[in-house]
Design a protein around this ligand. Structure first.
Ligand SMILES: N[C@@H](CCC(=O)N[C@@H](CS)C(=O)NCC(=O)O)C(=O)O
Length: 193
């Protein structure tokens, strides 16, 4: 994993909130360590996060969040019954679509000076924030009236929207929800040290 990846942060955040110890291995994205054969053996997509556990390797933050929640029987964070699980999973889908290709993409372009269609990504990012704000205007959490994987998956790149060139002021319910998440027991910062 790398400390600056919002996707790796999701896994670190859940592990911290569950009090599960883990070893963090940093991957040097700036020097394309993630494109070297050794890393591609772990994740053929060449992306962090990757989780190694019990002699097996898992990639993609959604799969990793689900794995951690199930393995540690964190039913509050990812319930087993059909309705509740689907309610959580729909937000994981938003995290992997509008958030990933909108907020994350714009964040990466501005923070790491990468090329791309910035305005389009920012528009997509704003559409993600509007959906989040709509839900959070009448609820404290994205699903099930309690913190779940839905919040962990959407939070990192919503919180870093200003670094993606998107002001959070038009989304006041999102701003209150970010503060609520950051007050949860076990919350850790994205960038350590
Ligand atoms: N869908 C993937 C996205 C992972 C992703 O975008 N990782 C970024 C860091 S946050 C990465 O490894 N970028 C390096 C690259 O693509 O070369 C997930 O949720 O894990």
């Amino acid at each position: 994993m790398t400390e600056r990846s919002g996707n790796a942060y999701k896994a670190r955040l859940l592990l911290a909130m569950l009090g599960v110890p883990y070893e963090q291995v940093l991957v040097d994205l700036a020097h394309a360590e993630n494109r070297k054969p050794l890393f591609l053996k772990l994740n053929p997509r060449g992306q962090v996060p990757v989780l190694e556990d019990g002699g097996r390797v898992y990639w993609d933050s959604t799969a990793i969040l689900v794995y951690i929640a199930r393995k540690h029987e964190a039913h509050d964070w990812l319930p087993l019954d059909a309705e509740a699980m689907a309610e959580v999973m729909q937000w994981l889908a938003l995290a992997q679509n509008e958030v990933r290709y909108g907020l994350q993409a714009a964040y990466v372009m501005l923070t790491y000076n990468r090329g791309g269609h910035l305005a389009e990504c920012q528009d997509l990012g704003r559409s993600a924030l509007a959906v989040l704000d709509g839900r959070l205007s009448g609820h404290d959490w994205l699903a099930l009236e309690r913190p779940t994987l839905a919040d962990i998956a959407c939070y990192p790149y919503a919180a870093s929207a200003p670094q993606a060139g998107i002001a959070l002021e038009p989304y006041p319910a999102v701003v209150r929800w970010i503060k609520r998440i950051e007050a949860l027991p076990g919350w850790v910062q994205c960038h350590q040290g």
